[in-house]
Design a protein around this ligand. Structure first.
Ligand SMILES: [Zn+2]
Length: 581
């Protein structure tokens, strides 16, 4: 029988191969010799214990595959290098990734990419040692900018230079015809040339606003530096970007994400300008990574337009719109988040929320009834409770809306009585591990020793049955995946404080942290059948990195920061490759 099949196959398709099970399909791309983790095994238990089916032994994690074959943007095969090689044809590109770790493509489920792109498009002054060096960098980067156009730079160290601020002399000499504004690393000082001060209408007689200073020399003349709240006198004069510039920012932000290993973002708050930019990038095929657009509920006109159209159906398109971002309360740091009782460091103050904060209950409910997922920004324990109450009221009246997987963005401080409501309402807690690492310095001052236990409470939420989604909330926070994983696994800041982690019982395991940036985010976009794990038939969305985050996250998490992205693949297309840079 076997002999017969062999004969029959080879007589029919002798050109392909004489092997009995030669695959008919030829791959476009084969990744081989990698440490491939498919994440196709079962979810870990709610306490983080890996499934018995997970690829690990007493020694720890080990990859469950070594190669991936890709065709027409989808995964054709995942498994051994030997078997994958059988999908090779004349046009197949084989990418040997020897030793690198291959995981499902990373997704950041809460971003503001235009802000990131805007930063990218400014001249970087990070690490400059002297005034001359700073000015030279701007000359190198911006000497071809047309006359009159604004030149923006950022990153000179205002702490280091606070005792000897630069002046506008050299900057004005090199740029006599363009306003130049150079923002500092910590945001306390802004440095500009004469043209910029002129354009902003600042002269030696201008009064500084309270809490700010306009620096002058001994003769009372301007020097080119404005401090603290006076910084706005200069930055407010920077013109709004043109639609073409704005589109460039969006593209630059997405390209940066591709370089940093991300295959998709959930863009949290898309208004008309951003939708125009994203749609035009999509229609000309220049979106480097996927965008799951969350319409801004603050743009009522745009939302009403989408109410007419209805949510996008599931598809392979690079831009999908089926979600709405709404805003329920403010931030914890600035004491805008709404708390159930007074701020511990500001008696008599509870923050603001709801209608007072511009939350349009009617519009959001209508979007939900029309089939849109809603992601509501809620930070304080009252903000979260009131948001859950609101979602519950809509779901009670329209039970089918429960299936839309609504989200609370941040879910930063949750009263313990409310943990279980996330899973009962099918609401995803969409959270930022880096916020915990950064906010731990002051969060307890705002909340006191009891309430703080419900803050950034990933484990408590998971144990209650809530689904989580992890993200950065860039551009305000560092989206580096190794930082995100480190934050989730350690609850320590970049400087490794506190030594045991902040409320370490709320930590995630490395597996949970990675799921938080892959398959859990896929679920949060109703895309778990298309992406989030490596399996045949799914989008070929793949991230390759030079360290194994499961092993390193478990054995020496501080070393996660050493990781680098090797390549990013979106829909089978290699959108970033380190070795080609
Ligand atoms: Zn945000």
């Amino acid at each position: 029988m076997k002999w017969y099949r062999l004969f029959w196959l080879s007589s029919l398709v002798p050109a392909v191969s004489c092997a009995p099970s030669a695959p008919k399909e030829i791959a476009d791309l084969i990744l081989t010799n990698g440490r491939v983790y498919t994440f196709s095994w079962d979810e870990p238990a709610l306490d983080g214990t890996p499934s018995p089916l997970a690829p690990r032994s007493a020694e720890g994690w080990r990859p469950d595959a070594e190669a991936v074959a890709v065709k027409d943007g989808k995964i054709l095969y995942v498994g051994t290098a030997e078997e994958a090689a059988r999908y090779t044809g004349d046009a197949t590109r084989t990418l040997g990734v020897s030793g690198a770790t291959v995981i499902p493509g990373l997704i950041d489920s809460h971003t503001h990419v235009a802000g990131l792109g805007e930063l990218e498009s400014q001249v970087s002054l990070f690490g400059v040692a002297t005034e001359e060096e700073a000015v030279q960098r701007v000359v190198d980067a911006a000497s071809n900018v047309p006359e009159g156009e604004w030149i923006l730079a950022r990153g000179w160290d205002d702490s280091d230079w606070a005792s000897h601020y630069p002046t506008w002399d050299l900057l004005s000499e090199k740029f006599p015809k363009n306003p130049v504004v150079m923002q500092s690393l910590h945001g306390f000082a802004v440095w500009g040339n004469k043209k910029a001060f002129e354009a902003a209408g600042i002269n030696k007689n201008t009064a500084a606003p309270s809490g700010g200073r306009i620096l002058k020399d001994a003769g009372g003349k301007l020097t080119g530096i404005v401090l603290d709240r006076a910084g706005r006198l200069l930055t407010d004069a920077i013109p709004e970007p043109t639609p073409e510039q704005f589109r460039g920012y969006v593209k630059a932000g997405l390209e940066r994400m591709a370089r940093d290993g991300y295959v998709a973002v959930h863009e949290a708050g898309v208004d008309r300008n951003l939708m125009t930019a994203l749609s035009s990038l999509e229609s000309e095929g220049s979106l480097p990574i996927r965008v799951y657009a969350m319409l801004s509920a603050r743009d009522g006109g745009l939302c009403r337009e989408w109410l007419q159209k209805g949510p996008d159906p599931g598809s392979d398109r690079m831009l999908i719109t089926r979600s709405v971002k709404a805003y329920y309360d403010g931030a914890l740091g600035s004491r805008g988040a709404r708390l159930l009782s007074d701020y511990s460091d500001m008696p008599g103050h509870k923050g603001t929320s709801g209608g007072e904060y511009g939350f349009d209950m009617e519009l959001v409910a209508e979007m939900m009834r029309s089939g849109f997922q809603v992601g509501v920004h809620a930070i304080g324990d009252a903000g979260n409770r009131e948001t859950l109450d609101f979602l519950q009221s809509v779901v009670d009246a329209n039970p089918e809306t429960r299936d839309l997987r609504h989200r609370i963005e941040h879910a930063q401080v949750v009263h313990p009585d409310d943990f279980a409501r996330f899973s009962s309402l099918n609401v995803i807690a969409s959270m930022e591990p880096p916020h915990c690492a950064e906010d731990q310095r002051w969060a307890e001052a705002r909340l006191g020793p009891d309430r703080v236990k419900g803050a950034y409470a990933w484990r408590s939420l998971r144990k209650s049955g809530a689904r989580l989604a992890f993200n950065s909330d860039l551009a305000g926070s560092d989206h580096d995946i190794f930082y995100g994983l480190h934050s989730a696994v350690t609850r320590k800041a970049k400087d490794q404080s506190p030594p045991d982690g902040w409320y370490p019982e709320e930590r995630m395991t490395p597996e949970e942290a990675l799921r938080g940036y892959t398959v859990w985010n896929a679920y949060a976009a109703h895309q778990e059948n298309e992406t989030g794990t490596l399996a045949p038939g799914k989008w070929a969305d793949i991230t390759i990195m030079d360290l194994d985050p499961l092993v390193v996250g478990e054995t020496s998490p501080g070393k996660l920061f050493e990781g680098k992205i090797v390549a990013t693949i979106v829909g089978g297309k290699v959108v970033y490759e380190r070795d080609k840079e």
